[in-house]
Design a protein around this ligand. Structure first.
Ligand SMILES: C[S@@+](CC[C@H](N)C(=O)[O-])C[C@H]1O[C@@H](n2cnc3c(N)ncnc32)[C@H](O)[C@@H]1O
Length: 237
């Protein structure tokens, strides 16, 4: 089977695999109020860096899900050590086994973009309680691209769509959410301190193909740095 960008993130076990990493996560959550009775869903948790931060910093009940079993294995390794209130499950965020109105807060850090967004947004909205919040850090198309360029980007990332800010807004509104704000994150690139540095949980053997995918990712982001951007969408149900 052809290896994908997401498989690559899993074998390298890249923590904070969203633009801005843990530092942006911390800024994003700094103004939020959580308590031990709140259930927070880290939708597409990857290796669990954010889930660990949430449970440690806010003492809320964390539900960390990802559809990639290798990611969940690596998240479990990280999170059991914390001995906090964290449930980790292999789940597809497009079809969750949770009751409607059961989750207080949903965080998607660069995940919805890799799904069928209309499906995952509808599903995340379904499980969210009334007045619950959904925060999403997602890739946006800043400028029009040619059909060929669009195809190259979407095929590389395995995405079904590449949406402008407006298209994202339409999707959130169509799911019944209210958009509180849409922000361009400040992404610190040259400050490689412990909060911005990538953390890895490497698999024992990593095939050459995965190194090539990682290099290709750097090329795609460089080639399309004007066309591809990031937004933080803060929505409320
Ligand atoms: C770019 S990574 C981000 C991971 C994590 N949120 C982070 O910031 O480190 C995207 C993640 O979404 C997960 N993912 C993609 N589609 C998914 C789906 N339908 N359901 C659950 N997880 C999914 C992938 O397995 C991967 O771990």
């Amino acid at each position: 089977m052809e290896k994908t960008y997401l498989d690559c993130l899993a074998v390298f076990g890249i923590g904070g695999a969203h633009p801005g990493g843990l530092l942006l996560t911390k800024k994003l959550l700094a103004e939020e109020r959580f308590h031990e009775n709140m259930v927070v869903l880290d939708a597409g948790c990857g290796t669990g860096q954010t889930a660990g931060y949430l449970a440690t910093e806010f003492e809320c009940q964390v539900l960390a899900v990802d559809y990639n079993p290798l990611m969940v294995e690596k998240a479990t390794e990280r999170l059991v050590k914390l001995q906090k209130d964290i449930r980790i499950e292999v789940q597809d965020i497009q079809k969750l086994p949770y009751e409607e109105n059961s989750i207080d807060f949903v965080l998607s850090e660069s995940v919805i973009s890799f799904t069928t967004p209309t499906m995952s947004i509808a599903e995340l909205t379904r499980v969210l309680k009334e007045n619950g919040k959904l925060f999403a850090i997602e890739m946006v198309l800043e400028q029009p691209v040619s059909a060929e360029e669009r195809k190259e980007i979407m095929e590389f990332y395995g995405m079904e769509q590449l949406w402008s800010v407006n298209e994202w807004m339409v999707a959130f509104l169509a799911a019944g959410l209210t958009i509180q704000s849409i922000d361009v994150p400040e992404l610190e690139t040259d400050n490689e301190d412990s909060e911005t540095a990538t953390d890895f949980s490497l698999s024992e053997s990593i095939e050459e193909d995965f190194h090539n995918i990682l290099s290709q990712h750097l090329i795609v982001t460089e080639n399309y740095k004007k066309q591809l951007g990031v937004r933080i969408f803060k929505c409320i149900k």
